[in-house]
Design a protein. Structure first.
Length: 242
């Protein structure tokens, strides 16, 4: 298997699986400009590659010696580490009418018959690449939100409590110096925290719109998760402003 390191860590990788070198060359020529393309000459080689690195989508030829495309797809879907990677199955023109059904049964997201239109193949693959990048963006923003809500070695940042009612006398403290009193108080909210949270709300709203526009599988579910995060941050900002 030949592989070239991506230009940046954010580059989405595509795995192409076929036992015929000329087919791999043709696929790489069509898809090379979309992302980092990795070749595998068998189902076994494909599984090893997927356990070594993360892929946005995998294209598998159905008719391969040894582990065929259906078996490879089933094995990919059977592993926790790779079960969510979308699979496109490829096969020749003289195809069994039941192949498409078998492909979807083992968890393939799409099924294409050779010779296929290069533009159509690029369009389908690009949908999964966009979804992969947006999912990564959502994960990064979620991590950023967690960092903003957590400070001082994992202690949550809390909103200062309301002052006691006017009729409730404040009891004097005995045996407590100024340092202890300061340590017992809740940490005040820094204005910069609020500014960063406001920025995160805007980023989440933008991510939601991007996911709503994506027509790939899972986009709506990810958008719903973004909305939940956005609402949670909004409630926190409201509490801090009151």
């Amino acid at each position: 298997m030949t592989a070239t390191q991506p230009a940046a860590s954010e580059t989405a990788s595509i795995l192409i699986v076929d036992d015929m070198e000329e087919n791999l060359v043709a696929l790489e020529a069509v898809l090379g400009s979309l992302g980092h393309v990795v070749r595998a000459h068998s189902g076994e080689e494909a599984l090893k590659a997927m356990l070594r690195q993360e892929f946005a989508v995998v294209l598998i030829d159905v008719l391969m010696p040894g582990m065929n495309g259906f078996e490879t797809a089933a094995n990919i879907k059977g592993l926790d580490q790779t079960k969510d990677v979308p699979i496109i199955l490829l096969t020749g023109a003289a195809v069994d009418p039941n192949y498409a059904y078998r492909g979807y049964t083992v968890g393939a997201a799409d099924f294409l018959i050779k010779p296929f239109d290069p533009w159509l193949l690029r369009t389908k693959v690009n949908v999964f690449l966009d979804l992969f990048r947006k999912n990564r963006q959502l994960t990064d923003q979620s991590d950023q939100l967690k960092r903003l809500l957590t400070a001082d070695g994992g202690r949550p940042t809390v909103t200062p409590s309301a002052p006691p009612p006017a009729y409730a006398p404040t009891e004097p403290s005995y045996g407590t110096d100024d340092k202890d009193a300061t340590d017992s108080e809740e940490r005040p909210v820094h204005p910069d925290d609020t500014d960063r949270l406001s920025e995160v709300v805007g980023q989440l709203a933008q991510a939601e719109l991007l996911l709503r526009d994506a027509h790939g599988p899972g986009g709506a579910d990810l958008a719903d998760r973004v909305v939940e995060l956005e609402q949670a941050v909004g409630r926190l900002l409201t509490e801090r402003e009151t």
